[in-house]
Design a protein. Structure first.
Length: 71
């Protein structure tokens, strides 16, 4: 009984996954694009200086949990 129940549940899950993957949903309806509006040209932003690189390299540590690093 238990074996057949597990088989039925497994097959049901497999078929539902296949159905969900193959089932085609309708694409959402799109509206016609309205006439494009033209925006007034603006001044280009002034170029900014790039941030300076840090003087020292970044150092980070890593803590591993387990018997191999248990000193």
């Amino acid at each position: 009984m238990r074996k057949s129940l597990m088989l039925v549940l497994t097959l049901l899950m497999v078929f539902s996954i296949i159905l969900a993957a193959c089932g085609g949903a309708q694409p959402p309806a799109t509206e016609e694009p309205s006439a494009p509006t033209t925006a007034a040209p603006t001044d280009a932003p002034a170029p900014t200086d790039e941030p300076a690189a840090p003087a020292e390299p970044i150092v980070f540590g890593m803590l591993l949990v387990g018997p191999f690093n248990d000193n």
